[in-house]
Ligand binder design. Structure first.
Ligand code: 5GP
Ligand code: ZN
Length: 114
């Protein structure tokens, strides 16, 4: 838990979030600024800054984040498909430095993204 980490504070219940999926090791909640009709952020409860750091420190937890993301997509009804994104580092626009998977669905998702 990092007191200056927004997502750690959501895990701790200090900042409210609309939780859609929860396991002992992961949490998923709706993005406050959705980029698609369904936009859910999936995080490990433990703090790791990036996906690379997470995989290096705890590969089982990384797999649990992916499993939760797939379950979220199914629960959101993303039968036509969904996009799973880990923005990593400044060039990719990562603004919260607690690793998170964006799960986007509910509209056509063009490729390549911007
Ligand atoms: P990033 O830009 O780091 O990939 O994604 C961070 C995401 O967190 C953004 O999509 C942003 O809208 C979302 N976000 C920022 N602050 C909050 C918040 O307080 N609550 C929720 N639910 N999402 C947030
Ligand atoms: Zn954190």
């Amino acid at each position: 838990m990092s007191n200056d980490c927004l997502f750690c504070r959501i895990v701790a219940g200090e900042i409210p979030a609309t939780v859609v999926h929860s396991t002992p090791t992961t949490l998923a909640f709706r993005d406050i600024n959705p980029q698609a009709p369904s936009h859910v952020v999936v995080i490990p409860r433990d703090h790791h800054p990036t996906v690379g750091a997470l995989v290096g420190a705890d590969p089982n937890l990384a797999a649990e984040v992916l499993a939760s993301a797939a379950e979220v997509a199914a629960a959101e009804g993303a039968t036509d498909g969904f996009r799973l994104v880990f923005n990593t580092g400044p060039a990719a626009g990562q603004t919260v430095h607690h690793v998170h998977a964006h799960v986007l669905s509910g509209r056509p998702l063009t490729w390549p993204p911007g």
